[in-house]
Design a protein around this ligand. Structure first.
Ligand code: AKG
Length: 274
């Protein structure tokens, strides 16, 4: 039984929304007193007061070589590895309680991540994608990915948008290389048709979270506002899945040198006749 402050009983309509749409918003997930220490830790990592190794501090727009001052997105992979005091915080514990209600027992944090867009970064785009396409093939793929807002979120500061029900499609969508050149740009983009797909934005206050399924198509536009857009991601997967990933040498660090044979990679190779 989780500690009292970690309990977050879901209503029936929230459970239903996650399974029907492939994502949901939980408003007011953390209160201001709970957010403040997390925000302090977040900013220490973002300001590089805590050392982060190699590519785990990077821009997520596909360019690892750009000087930090020119980053569009400030991304920190595996913050709890670099700042162990983050481990076991109230966000982690409450999200674990929600995961248990959504997916059952035996789930743990596979990885965490900070995804920040400073004000006025129109290039801070996460192209449409399905998370599962970037991960190794495992028997059990179930995932609950939490995205905690440290700022009020809307479309203008690059809030995440989701394609409702896309997690229920029989296969992953085809992901095409951006700019048609897989070698110079490693960004892959899922095909989304605004005339057919039901695209929904997230509009939520600081302290709220979205939770999404590993197959739900999602992405976000640049930050054209004068305020920050800071997200703190936690992904829960089954302990057996995490063990299978680690056995392949896959840790979600951008320093991993394992060549992951993703489903998207397969699709791309097939399409290019390789
Ligand atoms: O922060 C974003 O805009 C996208 C994050 C994302 O793709 C994810 O958490 O899976």
């Amino acid at each position: 039984m989780p500690e009292a402050d970690a309990r977050y009983p879901l209503r029936a309509d929230q459970l239903e929304a996650f399974h029907r749409d492939g994502w949901m918003t939980l408003h007011g997930f953390l209160d201001e007193a709970e957010l403040l220490p997390l925000e302090q830790a977040y900013m220490r990592l973002l300001r590089r007061e805590v050392p982060v190794r190699g590519r785990d501090y990077c821009d997520m727009t596909g360019d690892y070589t750009r000087p930090i001052e020119q980053y569009e997105i400030l991304n920190v992979m595996l913050p709890r590895v670099y700042l162990p005091e983050l481990g076991g915080n109230v966000y982690e514990r409450r999200a674990a309680d929600v995961t248990r209600q959504l997916l059952g027992d035996g789930f743990a944090i596979d990885y965490d991540q900070l995804v920040a867009k400073p004000p006025g970064r129109s290039g801070a785009v996460f192209h449409w994608h399905q998370d599962l396409g970037y991960w190794p093939i495992t028997e059990d793929t179930r995932t609950a990915t939490f995205w905690l807002a440290l700022d009020d979120i809307a479309d203008d500061n690059g809030g995440v948008r989701f394609v409702d029900g896309s997690h229920r499609e029989p296969a992953l969508r085809e992901h095409l290389p951006l700019q048609g050149d897989r070698d110079s740009n490693h960004t892959l983009m899922a095909q989304v048709d605004p005339d057919v797909d039901r695209i929904r934005s997230t509009v939520m206050k600081r302290g709220s979270v979205t939770v999404h399924h590993e197959r739900t198509v999602h992405g976000s536009s640049g930050n054209i506002s004068a305020r920050w857009r800071r997200g703190y991601v936690l992904a829960f997967r089954h302990e057996s899945t995490i063990a299978a990933e680690r056995a392949l040498g896959f840790t979600h660090s951008h320093n991993d040198d394992v060549q992951v044979l993703t489903m998207i990679g397969e699709q791309t190779r097939r399409r290019e006749g390789r």
